[in-house]
Design a protein around this ligand. Structure first.
Ligand code: FEO
Length: 142
């Protein structure tokens, strides 16, 4: 069981994830929706669903991380470098999963990969993204 528990609503975006920027909060919501939809497709479909989902999630992660890091820079957030390292580690992890999937698809199952991605998101948003919420709030204020 992952950090968000096994309740039925587990896997959905929650208000407590909000950091106060519409673009970033919207992207986080999209992430959770993508994982949930991938899970639904994987429950119905075959192994190729995992590869497509991983590819799509990886591309979206790169886009989101770029936007979020831009916002952090604009806010003069002092934790930017550490945060970039966490983003990079996730990109490397997903790239490794994709590589494994391409060479040995049967070793990468949706039942393992999608909850892992969702759990990473929950840990990352609550543990790291939320830390720059005060900088977002102060942005543009004298
Ligand atoms: Fe929303 Fe740091 O990723």
């Amino acid at each position: 069981m992952g950090p968000c528990g096994d309740a039925p609503e587990c896997g959905a975006w929650r208000e407590s994830f909000r950091i106060g920027d519409d673009l970033i909060d919207g992207q986080h919501q999209t992430f959770f929706r993508m994982v949930a939809e991938a899970q639904e497709r994987a429950d119905r479909g075959g192994v190729e669903v995992v590869g497509r989902s991983l590819n799509f999630l990886a591309s979206y992660a790169v886009l989101h991380f770029r936007d979020e890091e831009r916002l952090m820079a604009a806010c003069h957030y002092p934790g930017l470098a550490e945060h970039q390292r966490a983003h990079q580690a996730f990109v490397v992890q997903v790239a490794a999963l994709l590589k494994t999937f391409e060479t040995a698809p049967s070793q990468v199952t949706a039942q393992e990969v999608l909850p892992m991605i969702r759990d990473w998101l929950v840990f990352h948003i609550l543990g790291m993204d939320k830390q720059f919420e005060p900088w977002v709030e102060r942005m543009g204020k004298p």
